[in-house]
Design a protein around this ligand. Structure first.
Ligand SMILES: [Zn+2]
Ligand SMILES: [Zn+2]
Length: 390
């Protein structure tokens, strides 16, 4: 019993201590799960409820989990009923053990199976099954890097991404604390689609060789780390995308990303649609030709925050989301009854430019030089040393 209480203390509070370096990550966070099958693929787990040990769950066995009509977790193993529970814990016997999760949504849609390592807490939240994966930060990072950067990058790039993602996890560990976990597995936090199954030593050594390293500012305050695919040759400032200005994110030029895959884009939009959108939402007067011409001939030599002129109050980020544009960094040109948008970059353009960083790696820059280029005013620190605001 004492052992169990201790376990709960570790689960609920350990995640918030930096030394424990355990994270609670809500997985399959984008779906309401109605039922779940779990296979023990490697090693063995112990199943516990809040009242104690239930059973072992070993390699080759399968669990079936669903919520009964009173919202309890109905648990069976290889067809044998094991009981009804409020919360179910699955505890790893060794850190190499992992499970395969095959959930179905509440509308019975089969979701793609994913493998996870670490421990799990399964509970019922708002009448669907919530899965929290309790995992060491460094193991979580493997899954994040594979999901966010893919599996074909160079080791030096993985080092950059590992430091950014590790810093992000520390900076955002209270983002979901009211819901009982640290981070979700979606882009809202960082994409994390399960344990890394590839064999690239570059990814794993990128994490190992930067073990515990995070970015801080000169006062040892945590440094916010953002990244996007391609900044279009000039990084954006945070108030161009969100509502607040972070002083460390002054715009700077980036010549490393201007000849890469996602450097440029084009999109045609019917003139009518664009005019309708800005007249309806911002009361822009489209009845006069001289105003329509301003719309059709808008240009950006350098990144702007507003369309046409700040006095009209039309944020470019609104156009980006309304017309699903790759970036806010575009210029217009009238072509018949359409407007041709010629844009640069992909994503919000703040912080690390992934394609620029990959090009820097190709040119021989090391991860420290890359981080210094994209996160100005930052320096490396180690988890475990005093970091303010963590
Ligand atoms: Zn989140
Ligand atoms: Zn860039």
């Amino acid at each position: 019993m004492i052992y169990l209480r201790l376990l709960f203390l570790v689960f609920f509070f350990g995640a918030y201590s930096l030394n424990a370096q355990n994270l609670r990550v809500n997985v399959f966070s984008q779906t309401k799960i109605g039922s779940l099958k779990v296979d023990a693929l490697n090693g063995s787990y112990q199943l516990h409820s809040r009242n104690g040990y239930i059973a072992d769950f070993t390699e080759g066995q399968s669990l079936s989990i669903y919520l009964n009509s009173s919202g309890k977790i109905h648990l069976s193993r290889n067809g044998e009923f094991l009981g009804l529970y409020d919360t179910l814990l699955m505890l790893q016997s060794s850190h190499l053990d992992y499970l395969n999760f095959k959930p179905r949504s509440k509308s019975s849609l089969k979701l793609k199976a994913r493998q996870y390592e670490g421990d799990f807490e399964i509970s019922s939240i708002r009448n669907s099954i919530a899965i929290v994966n309790i995992i060491f930060t460094e193991s979580y990072l493997k899954g994040v890097l594979a999901s966010e950067a893919g599996i074909r990058c160079a080791k030096e790039y993985y080092k950059v991404q590992a430091i950014i993602s590790r810093t992000f996890a520390g900076n955002n560990k209270f983002k979901h604390s009211e819901e009982g976990f640290n981070l979700c597995d979606a882009v809202h936090c960082q994409a994390y689609f399960g344990r890394y199954q590839g064999e690239s030593l570059d990814l794993t050594s990128g994490i190992k060789e930067t073990y515990g390293q995070v970015l801080v500012d000169s006062n040892q305050n945590s440094f916010p780390t953002f990244f996007s695919a391609n900044c279009g040759g000039q990084s954006a400032e945070t108030d161009q995308v969100w509502n607040h200005l972070l002083p460390n994110y002054l715009s700077h030029n980036d010549t490393f990303c201007i000849h890469t895959r996602q450097a440029n884009w084009e999109k045609y939009i019917p003139k009518k649609e664009l005019l309708n959108f800005i007249s309806k939402n911002y009361f822009f007067d489209v009845s006069k030709k001289k105003y329509r011409d301003l719309v059709f001939n808008f240009t950006q030599e350098g990144r702007k925050t507003f369309f046409i002129h700040p006095s009209y109050g039309i944020p470019l980020r609104d156009l980006r989301s309304a017309f699903k544009l790759r970036s806010t960094y575009f210029s217009c040109e009238p072509v018949g009854d359409k407007v041709l948008l010629r844009g640069r970059g992909f994503g919000h353009g703040i912080g690390l430019c992934q394609e620029g960083a990959m090009e820097m790696v190709r040119l021989g820059f090391d991860y420290k030089a890359i981080l210094a280029f994209y996160f100005r005013g930052s320096k490396l620190s180690l988890i475990g040393t005093q970091i303010n605001h963590w």
